[in-house]
Design a protein around this ligand. Structure first.
Ligand SMILES: *Cc1c(COP(=O)(O)O)cnc(C)c1O
Length: 387
């Protein structure tokens, strides 16, 4: 990879500006006309909740995912929680979850009164290891929540086979995997239901919080749509103790615009992933492993250093000094969080999750990162002498 700071490079001065981890303003810039029109249409309509914008987006999103139902909710955590409730998971139930995930996956299980039972990931893919499910199974196990972490699809065939064998439900946490495919099939269409987040930085992001549940089961879609609106199907008649978790018309309208470019924007991410892979393959960095069945959404490009957290933090600081924005997903696995101290897991209970947390570093990736900026990231990494 060539450096980009030669005197006759017209982008040289611009390229010395910081390389952001992700540029959301540029995303708006590319779609400004359509997004402004969508927002204006909603403002002019005078109808701001549970209207036609939501209906349309739900229909388009279900079609995109390759399933029959989508129900918009207020955020990804609610999508997980309401999907679990709709699937009938609650008090006394155990749910198998990855030991290495964003804490929301665990929180949803806890929120419905069930117990998250951690399962270690495959150390190559970072996704829940199907071979370890059997060890975590008890008579109380009711469901599995595989997470398509970093946008890499989990190995769903053995997961759903195991679930079928033991009469378990499967809820995909697809919050990082909009558009990813597993053996040609979209994530979110592979289990009994899937939970999505439209948090602004996700591959399909709203202008604030948003989420959805997709499912092929009409009863699950129906339950979630009742639960999200105070447990009410008919105004002021409440069938169940629901919540207020609706996806606003403004967000639905904007998401519908962004859904149209999702595949194109994911393709840009895939190109960047390829560029990273070829530029960094001769370094000692551990690069993302892509199994034959996976077509990742490349939500994140996570590399791992050989060393402990102090060394990873050192590498990160060197990149920061070069103006490169990076992040760590995630510095502490859920079982080591104070929030789950009461579960009593020893710190070393899940060594694979802990090892990933210590060595992972997320490099900038996104539909608006320029080639020049990516070359700066690569050059900075190579210059850091990373081991
Ligand atoms: C973002 C995310 C969530 C939660 O989504 P919110 O919209 O922030 O509530 C859940 N699970 C995973 C894996 C996520 O990355």
């Amino acid at each position: 990879m060539s450096t980009v700071n030669s005197a006759n490079d017209p982008s040289a001065s611009a390229s010395r500006a910081a390389v952001p981890f992700l540029d959301l303003r540029a995303a708006y810039g590319e779609l400004r006309g359509e997004m402004d029109a969508a927002v204006a249409r909603v403002l002019e309509s005078g109808w701001y909740l549970l209207g036609n914008e939501l209906k349309q987006f739900e229909q388009h999103f279900a079609e995109y995912v390759g399933t029959t139902h989508a129900v918009g909710v207020a955020n990804g955590l609610d999508a997980l929680t309401l999907a679990l409730r709709a699937l009938g998971i609650g008090e006394g139930d155990e749910v198998l979850v990855p030991s290495n995930t964003y804490i929301a996956t665990w929180l949803a299980v806890t929120q419905v009164g069930a117990v998250p039972v951690p399962v270690e990931p495959d150390p190559r893919t970072y996704n829940i290891d199907p071979a370890r499910l059997a060890d975590a199974l008890t008579p109380k196990t009711r469901a599995i929540v595989p997470v398509h972490l970093y946008g890499q699809p989990a190995d769903m065939t053995p997961i759903t086979a195991f679930a079928a064998q033991h009469s378990l439900l499967v809820l995909e946490d697809a919050a990082q995997a909009h558009g990813a495919r597993y053996n040609g099939q979209r994530t979110g269409s592979l289990g009994d239901a899937a939970a999505w987040s439209f948090y602004p930085t996700k591959n399909l992001g709203a202008l604030g919080d948003g989420g959805a549940v997709t499912t092929r089961h009409p009863y699950v879609a129906d339950k979630v749509s009742v639960l999200r609106n105070y447990g009410s199907r008919v105004k002021y008649l409440n069938e169940v103790q629901g919540v207020n978790s609706r996806l606003d018309e403004v967000h639905a309208a904007v998401l519908d615009v962004k859904l149209r470019v999702l595949d194109e924007w994911n393709a840009r991410r895939a190109q960047q992933a390829e560029r990273y892979a070829s530029a960094l393959e001769s370094t000692p960095l551990v690069l993302p492993f892509v199994p034959g069945w996976a077509e990742p959404a490349w939500h994140l490009y996570v590399v791992r250093v050989h060393g402990d957290a102090a060394y990873r933090n050192h590498v990160q600081q060197q990149l920061t000094a070069s103006g490169i924005g990076t992040m760590v997903h995630y510095p502490l696995p859920p079982h080591r969080q104070q929030a789950y101290a009461s579960t009593g897991f020893p710190g070393d209970a899940f060594p694979i999750a802990s090892a990933i947390a210590q060595s992972a570093l997320s490099l900038p990736i996104g539909p608006h990162m320029t080639v020049a900026d990516q070359e700066r990231v690569i050059d900075a990494l190579l210059a850091s002498g990373v081991l």
